[in-house]
Design a protein around this ligand. Structure first.
Ligand SMILES: C[S@@+](CC[C@H](N)C(=O)[O-])C[C@H]1O[C@@H](n2cnc3c(N)ncnc32)[C@H](O)[C@@H]1O
Length: 310
């Protein structure tokens, strides 16, 4: 996940090695994570790919199957990992994640507390943000989920940046050992207001908190609890609109008034009796339109800053 060079800079500027986790990219909606193993093969609709052909190539390489089909081998960034990880719970996606990381002011060296861990989607981005010297302590009360998250963090190479604990944060709060040490706390819990008093005690003065909740009633209740010890309380809903870009053929000869009509290039058209479409009257054009995959409401992000004691 986080490939470091000898200067400890986060870098993907190295070649693929035996044992690396890579993302096999067929198209933007068809990707999967694969561990490179010298003697293994990947088989898909494009043919058989030998892992040994990938070793030594840079990330981003186009590699070919025995039938001449191809895929790209990409580095397992948190952005791509979020799209391929196994969903054991609802997860946070990049629109919310990117806003959380920025608005919580998570930077290298930060100590971040999180609950619940869930599928570890947010955790992987938090880990990259605190690397190489910070740490994320994430807690989930579900033992199996915590164990699976630990395994994923091993696979993605971030286990040195993340510690997963099993704990009921709503009833027990975060462990006292973090008291006054956390730069930021992130909550994705069904009753976050129960964990807010503990989160407050964990935060450094001026530290930042974020709570993700799908329902506005949860937000209202959390804000009531936040008022006593926090300031600058703000709630956001992040809506992302994705676009599809396709190359279409524009037919300039279609209408007498000079307007034209666009056709997707791969669709076969029946010859029309009204207009004859000559080969030389159509030209390719890129057409952009909102994607049908665009997500609507995911949840509300409530941010607050711990008040100073004085
Ligand atoms: C929606 S998931 C979190 C998803 C995560 N943010 C992600 O991006 O993958 C919520 C998690 O909170 C955990 N959880 C619920 N109540 C909890 C509690 N009282 N203490 C700790 N974890 C809890 C659940 O087991 C679940 O894994």
């Amino acid at each position: 996940m986080l490939l470091m060079d000898s200067s400890k800079k986060i870098s993907f500027n190295r070649c693929i090695r035996d044992g690396d986790l890579v993302i096999i990219y067929e198209r933007h909606d068809t990707m999967k994570a694969v561990k490179v193993c010298e003697n293994s093969v990947l088989q898909n609709r494009f043919g058989i790919f030998k892992h040994s052909d990938w070793i030594g190539k840079p990330f981003g390489s186009k590699v070919f199957s025995n039938k001449g089909g191809f895929v790209y081998i990409l580095a397992p960034t948190p952005e791509l990992w979020t799209l391929v990880l196994s969903h054991r719970t609802q997860i946070l996606y990049i629109a919310d994640i990117s806003f959380v990381v920025m608005y919580l002011e998570v930077v290298p060296g930060c100590l971040v507390l999180e609950s619940g861990t869930g599928s570890g989607s947010l955790t992987t981005s938090l880990a990259r943000a605190v690397a190489p010297t910070g740490h994320v302590y994430t807690f989930d009360f579900h033992e199996q989920r915590a164990a699976s998250a630990r395994e994923d963090f091993e696979r993605t190479g971030i286990s040195n940046l993340v510690t997963v604990g099993v704990r009921d944060i709503q009833s027990e709060g975060f462990p006292d050992e973090f008291s006054g040490l956390a730069d930021s706390v992130f909550l994705d819990l069904p009753q976050p207001w129960l964990a807010i008093p503990s989160a407050r005690n964990m935060l450094k003065q001026d530290g930042t908190l974020c709570s993700f909740s799908p329902c506005i009633e949860q937000v209202q209740r959390s804000c009531e609890t936040l008022r006593s010890d926090f300031t600058d309380i703000r709630t956001f809903e992040i809506l992302l609109r994705m676009y599809e870009l396709r190359e279409w053929k524009i037919d300039h000869s279609k209408f007498e008034d000079g307007s034209s009509i666009a056709y997707p290039p791969c669709k076969r058209r029946q010859p029309s009796s009204e207009v004859s479409v000559g080969e030389n009257t159509s030209s390719p054009a890129v057409v952009a339109r909102p994607s049908a995959e665009t997500r609507g409401h995911t949840g509300y992000l409530t941010f607050a800053r711990r008040k100073c004691d004085s």
